[in-house]
Design a protein around this ligand. Structure first.
Ligand SMILES: Nc1ncnc2c1ncn2[C@@H]1O[C@H](COP(=O)(O)OP(=O)(O)OP(=O)(O)O)[C@@H](O)[C@H]1O
Length: 590
């Protein structure tokens, strides 16, 4: 058991009833943590005003024996390290303990906090910082969705370098409080441990810990989330995962009130979407896939397994699937605040998004896309990124939706090029729209359009400037060349926004929409550009100019024709249709 730190506060309680109660509390915690084989334990001793409360929390990856030992050591050592004190928090590598005369149960506490860091500096701080952010975002998301508010994982940095991370909340607080506690800790990594290759943020209600070596036990990892370490295969683990991801049709049927119209959220390219409530209180969104999907049952299950392994704070989480007769359902977490287009293009709701919020949304989308491109088990190309495919959660965090759906339909295509163009006019890279070539760089293009739309409030494909209809990219390029980009700020933000961040966003947007795909940055570079203001941005070359004329559309149609096979599965997806905007994703093996 390795002692880390303690805080002992308040006047001495020597020879008082409080002191006597504290002693009883300590032996109770020591005994109960041993007897119950528990990782979390809460108890109180005495009556007000001498009542004392105690919370014990052990790490989720450790065995009951290790937790028991930690409880024994902590309750003994507290008497030596904090004699006569009544407000105490003590942290060990393996567990932590809180004692107080205040009601501490179910109340999230960020303070007192302790930064605990090490002397080794990392060799590439920018890269390390962005990979650490990636890892922490994933960990927080997994912890708040787990049963024990705990998560461990590791993250590739470069060559053989990895970062290992652990986050844990005390199990008495709610998921949203755990989220707040951990998110606050993630934001404190810079003051705590910037440029360091290891560190911890210790708080009464949660801990965050990272190292460049593996310091946790994987075997003890339990929780209701499938591992995301490897792609699906047919081993025993995946059979277990498949069982836990499969929803009973009756459950989904009653959760959505028999797929009632009142519960219908909308009709997308792949079928109708319904809101549902599970009996455990969780809200879900159920996508009822078009019945004439060509995908067989096994193929469908495999794809869902693969997609369910993708877990990231900025991706809409696929919780599972349901098969019944020819019904194929995908069950997602419910994201309450609708899609981004309903905010940025709405005359009233656009005012809800101040500059800071917009910047955070851009950073979140970049992180989600970076995960799909570089940090998930397979390279995943979204192919239809646009404001409608970004959903907003209760805190207005962005979540990318509809990644992977193309895999649930069998489409005639080869890797990296397709005879069927599926994407949305205005967001498609030119090489994709004209020649069917898609790659991570075609997603980067769509991301660039999205950035420009979020900060200017203008739609790329319905932009008008004065008399002449002009697309947003051409307009942004013109303003960039004339050094007048500030004129493009979303009008409701004019009085209050960061000019330097706005300029950077325009520059990043223009870098992403460059005509030459090879010159567009990767999403890891974009994430770095957004997180580090000291990073010097390259100078963009001219964007691909958007041809908004009938001739332009006809040219695309002539190049590709329409694909009857695809059209019969999801007719609205064919190029040239008036409502060509379903979301499609591709997954490629690395
Ligand atoms: N996980 C979710 N949580 C909450 N609402 C959702 C969720 N997924 C989809 N919706 C809502 O359901 C409706 C239909 O969504 P869907 O993604 O199928 O289609 P779309 O994005 O409108 O169109 P398309 O499929 O053509 O891109 C939209 O209003 C969307 O905001």
């Amino acid at each position: 058991q390795t002692y880390v730190h303690n805080f002992c506060f308040d006047d001495s309680v020597a020879n008082s009833t409080v002191e006597a109660n504290l002693n009883i509390l300590l032996s109770s915690i020591s005994n109960k943590a041993t007897l119950n084989n528990t990782k979390f334990y809460y108890t109180t001793v005495g009556t007000s005003p001498d009542k004392v409360h105690g919370i014990f929390q052990c790490r989720g990856d450790l065995t009951p024996e290790v937790c028991k030992k930690c409880a024994e050591v902590a309750t003994e050592e507290i008497k030596i390290r904090c004699p006569d004190k009544k407000e105490i928090t003590i942290w060990y590598d393996e567990c932590w303990l809180r004692l107080s005369t205040k009601l501490i149960i179910s109340t999230m506490a960020n303070d007192p906090k302790r930064y605990h860091s090490y002397a080794n500096n990392v060799s590439n701080p920018n890269l390390f910082r962005s990979k650490l952010n990636e890892l922490m975002d994933r960990l927080v998301d997994r912890a708040v969705n787990s049963t024990d508010l705990f998560a461990v994982d590791d993250q590739f940095v470069a060559n053989s370098d990895r970062i290992y991370g652990l986050v844990q909340c005390t199990q008495d607080i709610s998921r949203s409080e755990c989220d707040r506690c951990l998110t606050n800790s993630v934001n404190q990594i810079t003051p705590c441990c910037d440029n360091k290759d290891g560190g911890r943020i210790l708080k009464p209600s949660c801990i965050l810990w990272f190292e460049v070596y593996k310091f946790f036990q994987s075997e003890g990892m339990i929780g209701d989330n499938p591992s995301i370490d490897s792609p699906p295969n047919t081993d025993a683990d995946d059979i277990c995962t498949a069982v836990s991801l499969q929803f009973n049709f009756g459950t989904v049927y009653s959760a959505t009130d028999s797929f009632s119209d009142a519960n219908k959220l909308g009709l997308g390219g792949f079928g109708a979407v319904y809101k549902g409530s599970l009996s455990d209180g969780r809200d879900i969104a159920v996508k009822r896939l078009s019945k004439n999907s060509y995908q067989g049952v096994e193929g469908f299950k495999n794809e869902v397994l693969l997609l369910a392994k993708l877990q990231h704070r900025n991706l809409v989480r696929l919780l599972g699937f349901c098969l019944e007769g020819d019904e194929k359902l995908c069950i997602y977490e419910f994201v309450p605040n609708a899609s981004l287009d309903q905010f940025i293009f709405d005359p009233v709701k656009r005012t809800y998004l101040d500059w800071e919020r917009r910047y955070k949304i851009i950073v979140g989308i970049a992180r989600g896309l970076l995960y799909l491109h570089e940090d998930s088990p397979d390279t995943i190309i979204h192919r239809d990124l646009k404001p409608r495919s970004i959903l907003l959660d209760a805190q207005m965090n962005p979540k990318i939706s509809d990644f992977g759906l193309a895999r649930l339909f069998v489409v005639d295509q080869t890797q990296g090029s397709t005879s069927k163009i599926v994407g949305t006019y205005g967001y498609m890279a030119p090489e994709y729209a004209m020649h069917g070539h898609f790659s991570v760089k075609s997603d980067v293009f769509s991301f660039g359009v999205l950035v420009l739309e979020i900060i200017t409030g203008q739609k790329n494909n319905s932009y008008s400037q004065g008399e002449r209809a002009q697309d947003l990219l051409s307009h942004a390029w013109g303003q960039w060349e004339q050094e007048t980009v500030l004129e493009m700020i979303e009008p409701t933000l004019r009085e209050c926004y960061s000019r330097s961040e706005f300029r950077r966003c325009i520059q990043i947007g223009l870098l992403c929409v460059q005509e030459d795909a090879a010159r567009r940055p990767t999403m890891s570079s974009v994430a770095l550009m957004l997180s580090s203001h000291s990073f010097t941005l390259p100078v963009p070359s001219a964007p691909a100019f958007f041809d908004n004329t009938e001739m332009g559309l006809n040219r695309i149609l002539e190049d590709h024709g329409t694909n009857s096979a695809w059209g019969s599965v999801v007719p609205k997806h064919s190029i040239g249709s008036s409502n060509n905007d379903a979301s499609i994703t591709e997954l490629l093996p690395r």
